[in-house]
Design a binder for this molecule. Structure first.
Ligand SMILES: Cc1cc2nc3c(=O)[nH]c(=O)nc-3n(C[C@H](O)[C@H](O)[C@H](O)COP(=O)(O)OP(=O)(O)OC[C@H]3O[C@@H](n4cnc5c(N)ncnc54)[C@H](O)[C@@H]3O)c2cc1C
Length: 391
């Protein structure tokens, strides 16, 4: 699918009043709009750009279910069902391919074994060196650095370049749903969203604008400590034997996601990675990759935090990540076809922002880098009234 789209038709603002106006056509806004349509509501989505170009199209397309913990695990499991339903409705690519966590040391394997002990052998399926090598497409005599791994079968894959645009197109065809592209929201008051094209009215308003909440509600964004997290990403040509649709995670992923960091061996793993690869920790790397349906592979990533992101991408960081990916794939080097910078909302104060900013106006954002994973669970919880909002 080509990412660019044809020129959009002229925008006509709806005359009537929707039950719900959603600001932002990223995955959080779209999941809420899809959920609203499922519940028979009239919904208008207002998006400033001509198509989704935010975090929701720049990511790995990995619904990282099993590695969540506590309430987020519950939301993620609910989200999985929502994704599969949406995929069936909108015709999305969403294989139940799972995630493959590669272990290249005894400590890495210990983390996976401990997670298996906690979650059970169905949720965390340990894999041998050869099974991991096979999935990575490595020749049998080039697997010596592999120790084993685990398949997390509940994880899903989607194509981030396709999912949000297709969901928006599906929504636009539903009775009672309208998607307004190229319509920048300049301010909000109860019952009315003010846009650069004029007012849009709705009984309830949901702001799903990610890190750009600080453009509309700076005080509320500051109160939640919202920062921009900037990530280095690239797309590479896949080595010919690499075939799996599972998301491939590595040791630095195990240092990142709560289910792994809660295991007894996680502290030892951090010390081990600090010892052999401190440069990965310096750039807060999560070395992982996912294959797209066309066979190319999305690889990344590093994390840099600031309220206003630094626009410059450090080539040394990109080179470091690519070297690591090549090592995991067992190839000398990889060929890059695209690079980009991803930006998402982040906060040290909590993984979710759910805040009532005015009567009938709620801001919802995932502030922990797993918005693809949580989107549909979050949307269902919003409509069930299951989320506790701060006023
Ligand atoms: C590189 C990278 C890798 C990631 N990998 C994963 C992953 O594998 N799994 C996972 O679960 N998560 C991942 N994430 C996180 C995930 O992508 C985000 O949490 C999620 O996409 C956030 O969705 P969103 O809808 O809030 O934001 P966005 O997709 O950024 O959407 C917000 C939308 O609001 C619109 N908007 C903003 N202001 C206005 C305005 N004033 N008027 C109108 N419209 C406005 C924007 O134009 C934008 O379209 C990753 C993120 C990045 C950047």
């Amino acid at each position: 699918m080509s990412f660019a789209t044809a020129p959009s038709p002229p925008v006509t603002l709806p005359r009537g009043r929707a039950d719900l106006v959603v600001v932002g056509a990223g995955i959080i806004g779209l999941a809420h709009a899809v959920e609203a349509v499922r519940r028979g509501l009239r919904v208008t989505v207002v998006e400033r750009d001509l198509r989704p170009v935010g975090a929701s199209v720049r990511n790995f397309g990995h619904c990282c279910i099993t590695a969540q913990q506590g309430d987020l695990l519950t939301l993620a499991q609910r989200s999985r069902t929502g994704w599969l339903d949406a995929a069936a409705q909108a015709g999305l690519w969403a294989p139940e391919a799972g995630a493959l966590v590669v272990a290249r040391s005894a400590t890495e394997l210990a983390v996976l074994e401990e997670l298996r002990d906690e979650r059970g052998a169905d949720a965390v399926r340990l894999r041998t060196r050869d099974e991991v090598g096979e999935a990575l497409g490595r020749a049998t005599d080039e697997r010596a650095d592999l120790v084993g791994g685990a398949l997390l079968p509940a994880d899903l894959r989607v194509n981030p370049r396709e999912a949000a645009p297709r969901l928006a197109a599906w929504l636009a065809g539903q009775p009672g749903a309208t998607v307004l592209w190229g319509t920048n929201v300049t301010g909000v008051e109860p019952g009315t969203v003010h846009t650069a094209r004029g007012p849009v009215h709705g009984d309830q308003i949901l702001l799903c604008v990610g890190h750009d909440l600080d453009r509309l509600y700076p005080v509320e964004a500051e109160a939640h400590g919202i920062e921009r997290c900037r990530l280095s990403m690239a797309r590479i040509e896949a080595p010919t034997a690499f075939r799996t649709d599972a998301a491939v995670l590595t040791a630095t992923s195990m240092l990142r996601y709560d289910a792994f960091t809660a295991t007894p061996s996680a502290t030892r793993l951090r010390a081990e990675v600090t010892g052999h690869s401190p440069e990965l920790l310096d750039v807060v790397a999560n070395v992982m990759f996912t294959r797209l349906p066309d066979g190319t592979v999305l690889v990344g990533d590093s994390h840099a935090y600031d309220v206003t992101e630094i626009p410059f991408q450090d080539e040394a960081t990109s080179a470091l990540l690519l070297r690591e990916v090549a090592r995991v794939l067992g190839v000398r080097e990889v060929r890059v076809t695209e690079r980009w910078q991803g930006v998402y909302a982040s906060s040290a104060r909590g993984p979710l922002l759910v805040r009532d900013v005015a009567p009938g106006v709620r801001a919802v954002a995932v502030t922990s880098g797993v918005g693809m994973t949580l989107s549909f669970g979050l949307a269902a919880a919003t409509f069930d009234g299951a989320l506790k909002a701060t006023a």
